[in-house]
Design a protein around this ligand. Structure first.
Ligand code: MG
Length: 157
């Protein structure tokens, strides 16, 4: 059986926070505000995996009100979520992602992000793709106030 999953997340960008995408820290003026470390891509991918497996979503498994997840490493949440899916017999066929932010330019970090996500999801980097898009200066993304991530994954068992 194969099943598709979709994830999407958005975080505010503010000064004094780290900018993390899929566990990779990227030099930037602003970083993601969040209860956890704010890694918007890790959150979108986690929801894609959980959705494909038919489990709860990230907010149910790791509630933002729970102090246990304050400043949590979001890649740890992703590994936990994928571990649940793997225990149920699922393996990842492929993952495709889009990250929308005005700055910085993400292409130089693409291979690192692919590698980081692939490691967490127990697949070769070729099974993971990540694209960066700007907001064309429009809306909160274009104004550099937010970063958004979308992810779609295919699981098989
Ligand atoms: Mg989030």
């Amino acid at each position: 059986m194969i099943r598709v999953g979709l994830g999407r997340d958005l975080h505010r960008l503010i000064k004094g926070r780290r900018f993390l995408l899929g566990g990779v820290e990227i030099p930037a003026e602003k970083g993601e505000l969040g209860h956890s470390d704010g890694d918007v891509l890790a959150h979108a991918v986690t929801d894609a995996v959980l959705g494909a497996a038919g489990f709860a979503d990230i907010g149910v498994l790791f509630p933002p009100q729970d102090p246990a997840w304050k400043n949590a490493d979001s890649m740890l949440l992703l590994r936990n979520a994928f571990g649940m899916a793997a225990n149920a017999g699922w393996r990842l066929v492929n993952l495709d992602c889009v990250v929308c932010c005005e700055k910085p330019y993400l292409a130089p970090y693409r291979e690192m992000i692919r590698g980081s996500l692939a490691l967490a999801l127990q697949v070769p980097p070729e099974a993971v793709f990540v694209k960066g898009k700007t907001g064309e200066g429009l809306g909160p993304i274009g104004e550099g106030k937010a970063v958004e991530a979308m992810a779609v994954c295919l699981l098989e068992r």
